[in-house]
Design a protein around this ligand. Structure first.
Ligand SMILES: Nc1ncnc2c1ncn2[C@@H]1O[C@H](COP(=O)(O)OP(=O)(O)OP(=O)(O)O)[C@@H](O)[C@H]1O
Ligand SMILES: [Mg+2]
Length: 113
């Protein structure tokens, strides 16, 4: 099992959702997030105190999947989120130890899907 965490442009969320749906990936969590990538946060000094002025609004999408769904999920996110411009986002894939469906007590691959 893997946990896929993607940071995408807010205006691409609908496209990403559509592409995921087309690939039969229906379970996801979405939160608002602030961040910066390799263009770096721009720091400004105000009365001697460093303040960050350009953390950009992004959407964080989390999807836990069984291993055979990793590539379809990544490909769907890329199809939906890509414009070719900087700031299109980034996808992280990490090992996922366990999943527990609270209602039934199912665990692992049974609980993800
Ligand atoms: N190494 C990282 N660790 C944590 N979050 C990151 C990392 N890189 C990117 N992010 C998150 O992803 C968002 C989008 O990143 P972004 O697309 O700007 O990546 P990038 O590496 O700067 O690529 P690009 O040059 O295409 O802009 C960032 O605003 C931040 O929230
Ligand atoms: Mg960037």
């Amino acid at each position: 099992m893997k946990l896929i965490v993607a940071y995408i442009q807010p205006h691409k969320l609908n496209d990403v959702k559509e592409e995921l749906y087309r690939s039969e990936i229906y379970k996801l969590s979405v939160t608002n997030s602030l961040g910066c990538g390799q263009q770096k946060g721009y720091h400004e000094s105000y009365r001697g105190v460093d303040i960050e002025v350009n953390l950009l609004k992004k959407i964080r999408v989390e999807i836990a999947v069984n291993d055979e769904f990793v590539e379809p999920t990544v490909e769907a996110i890329v199809r939906g989120a890509r414009t070719g411009e900087i700031g299109d986002g980034k996808i992280f894939v990490t090992p996922l130890e366990d999943v527990i469906r609270i209602r039934s007590g199912e665990r692992g691959t049974d609980a993800v899907g």
